[in-house]
Design a protein around this ligand. Structure first.
Ligand SMILES: CC(=O)N[C@H]1[C@@H](OP(=O)(O)OP(=O)(O)OC[C@H]2O[C@@H](n3ccc(=O)[nH]c3=O)[C@H](O)[C@@H]2O)O[C@H](CO)[C@@H](O)[C@@H]1O
Ligand SMILES: C=C(OP(=O)(O)O)C(=O)O
Length: 428
């Protein structure tokens, strides 16, 4: 077990390159199950969620090659192996195995997924979709059992706009008989990325990226090569970091249109932003103004950037309010930021940040992935040394974090936890 140490307070400069999108990768890899010949995905991030999914693909009989961010999955020998326990519990996106295995084998047994603890993360809309396609779905001792004699296209209205449900239904529906229409679908760029891969595999999908997706089922899908989109959340994290602790940083390999809501908010704070085709330059503000944000479904402000943005707001003059309408309990980073001298209180689904405040280095714990990002940014802003534990969360989503930060001039390193520290963490 390791901790991350950050010597804060030094302005960062230079260029950082964004990796492939975690939230696409975790759906693209399970989607390969649906093909009958090898699928290659280029540009994958080097994160633990991707490594975990690689071994899940192997566990069900796939053969996988992964090097230099390129993964080739040969799904031809895969079987519908039950996965009630084990690795599936370690990540949220293992739920995509349900849609993909149901589509290919018409049956699956998958343990209820893990992932970040952001409050309840129900999957009722996924199940509603599978049932509409003709599957029987039961929950037995924490595992979901899915079975269908045949899948038939259906009209499915999502009661909640859900990225996970939209993708999962799409995965099953590409192999259903006839037409499926998903209404009130989520519109995130990752959904378009998955639809593009499936289309390259021979699926017939129209409307991905709008709130109505039409899928005409096909009898078989074949291998192909696909390049993943850049990670808009990683890009956004570095943009926020640049605004909070930078002195001119260029973020490379970004699609600026994917993060317009963040760009607008950074400009409102007073931060300098220049965009070009694949890059965003972020320069410091003369005066950091307080702003309010409210997380919404895409293209609104992403819930995944709410936590990192909170750290930046500790520098802003006045009172800022951050409201999370997607995950109303996504505030576990706040107690840790308080340890670092932040003046923040949580009321219901909102955090109220009063600034400006000079953060101070402290020993803090990442409770989830983006809480970790928030604490790293805070550590870079703070005076003195910050020690962040809970790195297993950060490693789920940030490829080569230490190298990327040090490339910007930061002084950040990983250190093994002492036995005493490990004990303290276990008892915390
Ligand atoms: C809409 C939204 O911002 N989605 C984000 C959310 O996706 P994630 O896939 O976690 O969440 P969903 O988009 O599926 O869910 C959005 C909302 O719908 C609710 N829900 C979802 C499924 C369901 O069956 N029933 C149900 O009630 C969830 O509890 C949540 O409040 O986190 C991902 C990773 O952190 C982000 O990449 C997504 O952009
Ligand atoms: C919460 C996240 O991940 P997951 O849904 O995979 O837990 C995230 O990407 O911010």
């Amino acid at each position: 077990m390791e901790k991350l140490k950050i010597a804060g307070g030094y302005p960062l400069k230079g260029t950082v390159r964004v990796s492939g999108a975690k939230n696409s990768a975790v759906a693209l890899i399970p989607a390969t199950i649906l093909a009958e010949s090898p699928v290659t995905i280029e540009g994958l991030p080097d994160i633990s969620d991707v490594h975990m999914l690689k071994s899940l693909m192997e566990e069900i009989g796939g053969s996988v090659e992964f090097s230099e961010n390129e993964m080739t999955v040969d799904p031809s020998s895969m079987i519908s192996m039950p996965l009630p326990n084990g690795k599936v519990k370690k990540l949220r996106a293992s739920y995509y195995l349900m849609g993909a295995m149901l589509g290919r084998f018409k049956k699956a047994v998958i343990g209820l997924p893990g992932g970040c603890h952001l409050g309840p993360r129900p999957i009722d809309q996924h199940i509603k979709g599978f049932e509409a396609l003709g599957a029987s779905v039961t929950n037995e001792q924490g595992a979901i059992y899915l079975r269908a004699d045949e899948l038939r296209g259906a009209r499915i209205y999502l009661d909640v706009v859900s990225v996970g449900a939209t993708i999962n239904i799409m995965l099953a529906a590409v192999r259903a008989k006839g037409r499926t229409v998903i209404e009130n679908a989520a519109k995130e760029p990752e959904i378009i990325d998955v639809a593009t891969l499936l289309s390259n595999m021979g699926a017939k999908i129209k409307g991905a990226g709008t709130d109505v997706i039409r899928i005409d089922g096909v009898d078989s899908l074949h291998g192909c090569r696909h390049t993943i989109i850049p990670d808009r959340i990683e890009a956004g994290t570095y943009m926020i970091l640049a605004a909070a602790a930078g002195n001119g940083i260029t973020i490379d390999n970004v699609i600026p249109e994917h993060i317009e809501s963040l760009i607008a908010k950074l400009k409102e704070i007073g931060v300098q932003i220049e965009t070009s085709d694949e890059q965003v330059f972020v320069g410091p503000a003369e005066v950091y103004k307080a702003v309010d944000i409210k997380t919404l479904v895409y293209p609104g402000f992403p819930t995944d950037l709410q936590q990192p943005f909170t750290s930046l707001l500790t520098r802003a003059q006045g009172s800022s309010v951050v409201t999370d309408t997607i995950y109303g309990a996504r505030f576990k980073h706040i107690d840790e930021l308080r340890r670092m001298n932040a003046n923040i209180k949580v009321e219901g689904r909102s955090a109220i940040i009063n600034g400006p405040i000079q953060l101070q280095g402290a020993k803090v714990k990442a409770s989830d992935l983006r809480a970790g990002a928030a604490l790293v940014i805070a550590g870079l802003m703070a005076e003195g040394i910050t020690e962040v534990t809970g790195l297993e969360h950060i490693d789920r989503g940030y490829s080569h974090l230490v190298e990327k930060l040090n490339g910007l001039g930061a002084t950040v390193w990983r250190e093994e936890l002492t036995k005493e520290e490990q004990e303290q963490l276990k008892n915390a």
